[in-house]
Design a protein around this ligand. Structure first.
Ligand SMILES: Nc1ncnc2c1ncn2[C@@H]1O[C@H](COP(=O)(O)OP(=O)(O)OP(=O)(O)O)[C@@H](O)[C@H]1O
Length: 289
């Protein structure tokens, strides 16, 4: 993708598997929203090949669009509508695309319940709080029972309980309904918990693609092991904490207490990979001077 003279995405290559939850992470301005806008057919790519549900988004028709759910970063329209009323209205557009396998739309009352808005169902949308409005955005994104769901920072502004309930909903959509889900987030804990696969975008390139564990193993991350023995505290770093712990017990047996293993967190991994990529990007410019 090129805006004017500047390339904001280069060689972004990935595939999402059916029913997979994919999290797209990356610093502000990395190109996450641009990637999403290309996938949903809102923005035309400058070059390259894209297929979503087997269709090039540049030529996606209404039938294709009905199979896709999109939740953008924010929208603030429909203020005078009531929650259930809007979902019934929008849902009706999906009815012609109902199939025996995927009945469309989602029943409005069930949907309102699924996103935790039952007690607000008859309220005017402009009276909802920011987090309630975001739940409605998610409901609008899934009212047509999409086969592929794209969410741009869906939980921004959610309180911890709303976040927890949203995570359950996403896992249910993926596990029970086989919805393929691509979401962007700045919440690394959310990505760690939700995603089958994590991609990190930095400077318009994918610099990492794998499960949270795979990414943690990529940075020569050593585990930190803490324990007590004979009333003294110990801490060490090791590449193989399981073997280390086995050795500890073999040597000291019952004397070992309070054993704790801390693996490299997704945050450690993310910070390392993004720093490396930003340093690599600066380098050619510096040597070119
Ligand atoms: N319409 C546009 N014209 C020119 N440049 C743009 C346009 N939209 C985005 N950009 C630039 O493209 C780059 C990627 O932006 P994008 O919004 O995709 O980033 P992002 O990863 O979603 O960031 P954030 O985490 O802040 O939402 C940025 O440098 C941005 O300034």
């Amino acid at each position: 993708m090129r805006y004017g003279a500047s390339d904001v995405l280069h060689d972004v290559t990935f595939q999402a598997r059916h029913g997979e939850v994919l999290a797209l992470l990356g610093p502000n301005g990395a190109g996450k929203t641009t990637t999403i806008e290309i996938l949903e057919g809102f923005r035309m790519r400058s070059a390259g090949r894209v297929e979503v549900l087997g269709v090039d988004p540049a030529h996606g028709d209404e039938r294709w669009r009905a199979r896709l759910g999109v939740v953008l970063q924010s929208w603030r329209d429909h203020g005078k509508w009531r929650v259930r009323e809007l979902l019934v209205h929008l849902g009706a557009y999906y009815a012609p695309y109902s199939t025996p396998a995927i009945p469309r739309p989602w029943n409005a009352d069930d949907l309102v319940e699924a996103v935790g808005l039952t007690e607000h169902a008859d309220k005017k949308i402009k009276t909802l709080s920011g987090g309630q409005r975001r739940r409605l955005d998610v409901a609008i994104g899934i009212v047509g029972r999409p086969e592929m769901l794209i969410l741009d920072e869906p939980t921004a502004g959610f309180d911890p309980r709303a976040r927890h309930e949203f995570h359950d909903l996403v896992r249910r959509l993926a596990d029970d309904h086989e919805t393929t889900i691509l979401l962007t987030t700045h919440d690394l804990g959310e990505a760690d918990k939700l995603a089958d696969r994590i991609m990190i975008l930095s400077g318009g390139r994918i610099i990492a693609d794998g499960s949270a564990d795979e990414l943690a193993r990529r940075i020569a991350g050593e585990d930190e092991v803490r324990w007590t023995c004979g009333g003294r505290r110990f801490v060490t770093s090791t590449a193989d904490s399981t073997a280390f712990a086995r050795g500890l017990f073999a040597r000291h047996g019952e004397a070992i207490g309070e054993l704790e293993v801390r693996r490299a967190s997704l945050e450690d991994t993310y910070m390392t990979l993004v720093r490396e990529s930003e340093a690599a990007e600066r380098e050619p410019k510096e040597t070119g001077r």
